[in-house]
Design a protein around this ligand. Sequence first.
Ligand code: TRP
Length: 349
Amino acid sequence: MPNEGSFAESLKRSDEIRADFDVHPDRYVMLTGDRPTGRLHIGHYFGTLAERVELQNRGIKTNIVIADYQVITDRDTTEHIADNVINLVIDYLACGIDPEKTLIFTHSAVPELNQLMLPFLSLVSEAELLRNPTVKAEQEASGHALTGLLLTYPVHQACDILFCKGNVVPVGKDQLPHIELTRLIARRFNERYADVFPEPEGILSDAIEVPGLDGRKMSKSYGNGILLSATPEETAKLIRKSPTDSERTITFDPESRPGVSALLTTASLCCGKTPEQIADEIGDKGCGALKEFVTDTVNDYLAPIRARRRELEEDLPRIHDILAEGNAKAREIAVTTLDEVRSAMGMVY
Ligand code: TRP
């Protein structure tokens, strides 16, 4: 994959686009997505969900793919997938995603999106696919052989973005290689056939990354993240068990006190004070007092989201309807794009 510039350049470009969101909201179509592999945690909330809600409310066309086919890129089971998909929709709505403004759909319900995979695969070489650092890292972490789907899912992700002519994609650093590949595919298609696709840009989040409660990266598989769907008691228990130290004076020092600092960062995001301010206020009352403060702050912050979650859980038929409507709408868009693609390729008989 050609490296089209440094991370600093991507960041600069991303800041320019952000500044333009307010000026020309109608120029942007955003697409983003999640794999339905479990419940969302506060890392997702502060990392991307809050921003999606903000962009949606600023009038930017927002699309969210629940990437169900991406679940089987590096694992060989679809256990709990239906439950995960429904709970993802519940998490979105509870956080303020409005299905009137934001399109929510699953891969598996949109055949025409998946069909873009055929022409797109013809536009990339094996070497370009093998060079993707994120795919390599995911394959190593999975302990599985490199499957054909894991190797080619970045192309599938290009289908997600391009079927709706998405031109902005909020991403973490690890997804930048996928955006580069999407741009390459769009450019090659347009050059070879006809001008059909935009060249999307990655929008890098300026949100602070929420560390897991043990100071490691927050991850579903480490179980070190506070779930939006957890009860206040479960939250308290998770925080109580989080590893800290026996130093009584609380200080913010991510290098040498990762556990204490992760707790401070978490509380800081939920109450608006800086981690240092919170540390000063707790002073020499020790980690027990810190954990109590964090528990109360997080539970207070999440209370309205959790209350909405409970209401939504009571009305599952509505959740299924919202998804069905999103899927139907996504399909309409995909049919139109696939028609354009077939016509650009002369495949109209
Ligand atoms: N790979 C993304 C993740 O694991 C999810 C995803 C699927 C996505 N398709 C996408 C993100 C398209 C951005 C654009 O979180």
